[in-house]
Write a protein that binds this ligand. Structure first.
Ligand SMILES: Cc1ncc(COP(=O)(O)O)c(C=O)c1O
Length: 482
């Protein structure tokens, strides 16, 4: 990436692309937003996209595609079996990860489903740095046990640690010694660790865990959904990696693993997913399951057009100009907010900015879902949609008790190459105002609570009239509209 200098104006992150296709935004009025939010049960997942001004819910399947991806989609080879598009993707996967075998699946959680079917027996443990919601649901469905072995500093929202997603290798060794190797199904590493703020894992840590897995003949599995951000952070932050190319770092990472899976809705800026295998036995077993759940093994439930987009997207993920776009804009937005005292997860990670809601609204108890309450407030005052990543994203335990999350985060995802710096400044303005009036934000309670992955479809209401009071203040300061 070329070094950029600003001599006459304040430095800002620079887009390394031109925008040629645009989508019109809609701006619902304040009164409309109030009605829409109530109708959606105070749950951002239940909002219609046409009612959202800045959609920062996720980067999943909504990153901007490149001209090369769109062109490749036009040339896709439609075939039930043996599509040329599949073989192009298989070649790109081999080039990036150096693994012989590849099976596509319709998205990341489909890979998790098939891999849990194959590798996990009831009662077995899956040690990992941190869970993601869908993998946890699949592990629990198979009556497996999750063990999160994050370094202690990974749990601290504000720290100086450049790699907060690292596994504590001593904790892993202790677990193996205590429970025995046979009780462990596989070890899962998630790069760009989603639920703790898109925090990266170092190459050194990936290697150290690989050594333990080799020593104990444990299967080592990588969730590479957020690999692109993590690659950028390794190159930017890790000693000894600055002179390596992104392709070299990718190869060194993948050499450590037996199995790699990914959501192509994230990695590759397309839609779909896939699994790479080092061992033929794993590949054969998953390939046998694929027609049952996904489709024939050369399309895996994905349109061939998306398969072409995945192939090009994977090769573009080796370009530092491309993969830097998420992290440098996220860092800028985090900086603008931290400067005004807004409690943020720091250092900034990938995926999006993360507001530490345990400090943003310390008066809202965890069982009234502080991060979800801030998410609602931000939609009301700015038409901005974010995702709660805290207690609401946990499901209740087997006794119906709340599982209090270790972190209460509101994630504002920055889908890559989608938002401009002025839109980021708009969001920053509204967040700072909200922080200055955070005493007006209250809690939420469920009116309709699903048992599994309740954050997707659950409906809630405010515990009192705090939303009316917040809106009154907003009207006094900003007037109507946005
Ligand atoms: C780290 C991680 N793993 C797995 C998944 C699941 O992927 P998908 O949404 O494609 O099912 C996601 C999705 O957000 C993710 O962030």
């Amino acid at each position: 990436m070329p070094e950029t200098k600003f001599l006459k104006t304040k430095p800002v992150p620079l887009e390394m692309h031109k925008v040629r296709i645009v989508q019109k935004l809609t701006l619902p009025s304040l009164d409309e937003r109030i009605a829409i939010n109530t109708e959606a049960g105070n749950n951002a997942h239940l909002l219609k996209n046409e009612h959202v001004f800045l959609d920062m819910l996720t980067d999943s399947g909504v990153n901007a595609m490149s001209d090369r991806q769109l062109a490749a989609m036009m040339a896709a080879d439609d075939a039930y079996a043996g599509s040329a598009s599949f073989y192009r993707l298989e070649e790109e996967v081999r080039a990036a990860f150096g693994m012989e075998y590849f099976v596509p699946a319709h998205q990341g959680r489909a890979c998790e489903h098939l891999l849990c079917e194959l590798l996990l027996k009831p009662g077995q443990i899956v040690p990992m740095n941190h869970h993601f919601t869908t993998v946890r649901a699949h592990i629990l469905k198979k009556e497996g046990v999750l063990e999160e072995l994050l370094f202690d500093e990974g749990w601290e929202a504000q720290s100086e640690c450049p790699f907060k997603g690292n596994i504590d290798v001593d904790k892993l060794r202790q677990l193996i010694a205590k429970k025995g190797r046979e009780s462990i199904a596989f070890v899962r590493m998630e790069v760009g660790t989603n639920l703790i703020g898109g925090q990266p894992v170092s190459l050194e840590n990936i290697r150290a865990v690989a050594e333990v897995c080799r020593e104990h003949q444990l299967i080592y599995l990588l969730d590479a959904s957020l690999l692109a951000d993590n690659l950028y952070f390794i190159k930017a932050r890790e000693d000894g990696c600055q002179d390596m190319s992104i392709a070299e770092i990718t190869k060194q990472i993948s050499d450590c693993f037996d199995i790699i899976y990914f959501s192509a809705r994230k990695l590759t800026c397309s839609r779909g997913g896939g699994m790479c295998f080092r061992r033929e036995e794993h590949y054969q077993a998953v390939r046998e399951l694929t027609p049952l759940y996904e489709g024939f093994s050369t399309y895996g439930g994905i349109s061939v057009r998306e398969i072409e987009a995945m192939a090009v997207g994977l090769s573009e993920s080796m370009d530092e100009d491309m993969i830097s776009q998420g992290p440098i804009f996220i860092e800028e937005m985090t900086r603008l907010l931290t400067e005004k005292g807004v409690p943020m997860v720091t250092p900034a990670g990938g995926l999006g900015v993360h507001i530490d809601c345990s400090k943003f609204v310390p008066h809202v108890p965890p069982n009234q879902y502080p991060a979800a309450a801030v998410a609602c407030a931000l939609y009301l005052i700015g038409g901005i949609r974010g995702t709660e990543r805290g207690t609401l994203s946990e499901d209740r335990d087997e006794n119906g008790e709340e599982v209090i999350a270790k972190m209460e985060l509101l994630r504002l995802a920055l889908p890559r190459r989608v938002f401009t710096l002025s839109q980021i400044h708009f969001a920053v303005d509204r967040i700072i105002w909200l922080f200055e009036h955070s005493d007006l934000i209250g809690g939420l309670e469920f009116t309709d609570e699903p048992k599994i992955l309740r954050f997707f479809f659950g409906k809630l209401k405010p515990v009192d009239d705090w939303q009316e009071r917040l809106i009154e203040q907003y009207r006094a300061d900003y007037g109507e509209g946005l």
